[in-house]
Design a protein around this ligand. Structure first.
Ligand code: IPD
Length: 281
């Protein structure tokens, strides 16, 4: 029996609203703990939201697989071919801890490792992004992208989403900092500006909406990306490698560049790669 992707999207929208109530009820009231280092944070609410989502998914779609940030076991959990829910219960955990209203629940659904349904919900600002393969993507009831560019996208006129990430030393950190510097400087590309929304999913959705021109990230996991990916591609945007050259578009690719739909996108991607100082792992 063929999968009813629209039905799955409706299920995920309801679930995101339920998760959102739990998230907003706990903001500013949750203790956090460090994971890899003092900027890689998690709270008990991340675990509580993932539990809620996993239970609802198991009750409604018992035959499908589930992958979530909090239950992920490194080296063991792998995204497979089967239909899989790929879930980040709170993307933007640092924002959540600081009561900065840019956290969301990111609910993706993949088949053969390809994202086909995505729901990203920010319950603080009530932003519900949805995307279904072949059916377009939306912010609440408005079709994405919300607006087309007035002028053709170039590196010089771009507003680019970036994140500092949790790795704050070593070659990856150096590549990011040197590249930010080159993109911003007057004797470099001198882009219009950078924004850090603090959530990979929110950044990708902002590109899909046309609020950001691009988003460059290294170090993400499938749950940060899966839902946003289909929302972006249904809006006509593209995910490509965050380093120049060939790219394997598997959904657990950790280094990527998300670019909005624009006639200048192809040139933008090449110019961005040309401005990189080093490479990301
Ligand atoms: C993180 C956020 C952050 C991105 C990191 C993610 P979390 O997710 O999306 O913006 O830079 O790569 O891991 O920890 O808030 O779920």
């Amino acid at each position: 029996q063929p999968l009813d992707l629209l039905e799955i999207k409706d299920f995920l929208v309801k679930l995101a609203l339920e998760a959102g109530e739990l998230i907003t009820s706990k903001t500013g009231k949750t203790e956090f703990v460090d994971k890899a280092n003092s900027v890689d944070l998690v709270t008990e609410t991340d675990a509580a939201v993932e539990k809620l989502v996993a239970e609802r998914v198991a009750a409604t779609y018992p035959d499908f697989e589930f992958m979530g940030e909090e239950s992920y076991v490194p080296g063991e959990t792998k995204l497979g071919e089967k239909p899989t829910f790929v879930v980040d219960p709170i993307d933007g955990t640092t924002n959540f801890i600081h009561s900065f209203p840019f956290s969301c629940t990111s609910l993706g659904f993949t088949v053969n490792r390809e994202p086909v349904v995505g729901v990203v919900y920010n319950p603080f600002l009530k932003l519900m992004y949805t995307g279904v393969k072949g059916h377009g993507s939306f912010l609440n009831d408005e079709r994405l992208p919300l607006r087309k560019s007035v002028s053709k996208l170039t590196l010089q006129n771009a507003l680019i989403g970036i994140e500092w990430g949790t790795q704050r030393s070593g070659p990856n950190y150096k590549c990011k900092v040197d590249t930010f510097n080159k993109l911003a400087a007057e004797d470099g590309a001198m882009v219009h500006g950078f924004r850090s929304l603090g959530s990979a999913a929110m950044n990708i959705c902002a590109v899909a909406a046309g609020m950001l021109d691009a988003y460059w990230e290294g170090g993400c996991y499938a749950w940060d990306v899966a839902a946003g990916w289909i929302i972006l591609s249904e809006a006509g945007g593209r995910m490509v490698g965050g380093n120049p050259g060939l790219w394997n578009p598997a959904v657990d690719e950790r280094v990527y560049l998300a670019v909005k739909a624009d006639e200048g996108s192809e040139q933008f991607i090449n110019d961005f790669w040309g401005s990189m100082v080093g490479k990301l792992d």
